[in-house]
Design a protein around this ligand. Sequence first.
Ligand code: 5GP
Length: 189
Amino acid sequence: MGLGHLIVIAGPSGVGKSTIVREMLRQTGAFFSVSATTRNRRPNETDGCDYRFVNRATFEKMIAEGQLLEWAEVFGDYYGTPEKPVTEALSGAKTVILEIDIEGSRQVHQKLPEATFIFIGPPDKDELKRRLTNRGTESQRDIERRYARAAEEMCVATGSGIYNHMIVNDDLDRAIRQVVDIVKEQTQK
Ligand code: 5GP
């Protein structure tokens, strides 16, 4: 797809993916693909940086026009990766990071099996529930939905054979270091 390298980072909601990715980007200077989503913006999020927040009609137009490299409906909202910025960054020999769900990474794997796939899992289910609750950004119903999906995602991911690296986020600093090392290794290739 270009001179650069694509790295897909997937894992259940609440596992600490965003924290790990944010710090990894700071340390590596890799290019972050900003996803489009129809979900509501959280107070700490910036449109165009964390996500591109769009309505359903706009998202459905993006699907219809083939603008998305992958997309999935997660917790009743659409999430997807606009293809053009990814292609352009790869053509510019950049290391490109997608932070997406496992359905999206399955789609990317079908199109671009040469990408690197990283799965970040929680130490255990109780810890995941605690993190989802402590984050304080979702309602109790959303927490339950995210928790139920996490259990399913972990089974699917383990059996999928897609992931080159499975990382357990039981120690944040170590998880960051592991992801940074993978990104640096791919960037130097
Ligand atoms: P959140 O609402 O917590 O930001 O994200 C919910 C889930 O959607 C997370 O698992 C996140 O990785 C995933 N997600 C974010 N962006 C994308 C995307 O562009 N495509 C897909 N398939 N999933 C995404």
